[in-house]
Write a protein that binds this ligand. Structure first.
Ligand code: 0L1
Ligand code: MG
Length: 255
C-alpha cells in the first residue's frame, strides 16, 4: 500500500461528494498512486461514509466478470464492491435518473446467502436462492473513464440494484439466455456464460477476493454475480427488464 490514511479518507470524501452532488470528478485514485489494496481501502472508507449516514450493508457485487471487460481493462481478476439497503429498488419500482450522474443498467444474476459464508463453503451450502437482477451502475468519474484502482475505489460503480423473484438454485446456471429489454424491445442479449463462464464461479471469486480484505458474505445478504451483457444508458421514462430464461425477470422504470 502506498497511500497514507489521510489520503485514503480524502479520496473517499471526494468520491462521496461526487455521488451526492451528482457531479463527476477526474480519476483520482490511480493518479494518487493507489494500488489495488489502497483502492479497496478507499472503497471501504467511501461506503463507511454511507453507513455513518444510517445505511446498512446488504451484500456484495462482482464487476468486470466478462472476459471482454477484463481484457478491455487489462486485468485478469474480477473486482468486487459493496451494496447497501439504500441502493435497493423493489422489483418493478422506480429510479430517479436525476439522482445519478450517467446511469447505465445491466442484466445480472443474484444469489441469496443461506448463512454466514466461510472460505471453502460450497455454492450448494452457501446459496439459498437465485434470482434475475438488474444493476444500475454510475461511475463517479467524468465520461465513465477510469483505471482499475479508480473503479475499485469508486465501489465498482455500484449505484442501485433490483432483484426479481427468488427461487431455489436450479441444476444448471452456466448457459441461460439473457435479454435486457427497454420499453419491450431487446436492446442487448447474451448468456449467463458471460459471467465467468458460469455465475457460480462469481460466488467462489467473491468469497476468495473479499476475504483478502477481511470481508465475508453474511446470512441474508445478496451477491450480484456480474453482468451478462454490456450495460446501456438509462434514460428517463425507460421501462427496463432483465430476462433470464428459466429464472424469470427483474424490472424497474426510470423517472
Ligand atoms: O458491475 C460492473 O461490472 C461494473 C464494474 C465497473 C466497471 C464499469 O463501471 O463498467
Ligand atoms: Mg454489474
Amino acid at each position: 500500500m502506498t497511500l497514507h490514511p489521510e489520503q485514503t479518507a480524502e479520496l473517499a470524501a471526494r468520491l462521496d461528494e461526487a455521488a451526492t452532488a451528482r457531479t463527476p470528478i477526474p480519476q483520482v485514485a490511480a493518479a494518487a498512486g493507489a494500488d489495488t489494496d489502497d483502492a479497496y481501502a478507499v472503497q471501504e472508507a467511501l461506503v463507511g461514509l454511507r453507513l455513518a449516514r444510517g445505511e446498512r450493508p446488504v451484500g456484495l457485487k462482482m464487476g468486470l466478470t466478462s472476459h471482454a471487460k477484463m481484457a478491455q481493462m487489462g486485468v485478469s481478476e474480477v473486482i468486487w464492491g459493496r451494496l447497501t439497503d439504500a441502493m435497493e429498488v423493489p422489483d418493478g419500482g422506480a429510479v430517479d435518473t436525476a439522482a445519478y450522474i450517467h446511469p447505465r443498467v445491466e442484466p445480472e444474476v443474484a444469489f441469496l446467502m443461506a448463512r454466514d459464508v466461510e472460505p471453502g463453503d460450497s455454492f450448494e451450502e452457501a446459496v439459498a436462492a437465485v434470482a434475475p437482477a438488474l444493476e444500475l451502475i454510475d461511475s463517479r468519474y467524468a465520461d465513465f473513464r477510469f483505471a482499475l484502482a479508480d473503479v475499485i475505489a469508486d465501489n465498482t460503480s455500484a449505484a442501485a440494484f433490483t432483484v426479481g423473484a427468488w427461487q431455489p438454485p436450479p441444476a444448471g446456471l452456466a448457459d441461460l439466455p439473457v435479454r435486457l429489454e427497454i420499453d419491450g424491445e431487446a436492446v442487448e442479449s447474451g448468456s449467463t456464460a458471460a459471467i465467468l463462464g458460469d455465475p457460480r464461479r462469481a460466488f467462489e471469486e467473491a468469497v476468495r477476493l473479499a476475504d483478502r480484505h477481511g470481508v465475508r458474505l453474511r446470512k441474508g445478504w445478496v451477491l450480484l454475480a456480474g453482468a451478462a451483457t454490456a450495460a446501456v444508458p438509462l434514460r428517463p421514462g425507460a421501462q427496463v427488464r432483465a430476462v433470464v430464461e428459466g429464472l424469470g425477470a427483474a424490472a424497474l422504470h426510470a423517472l
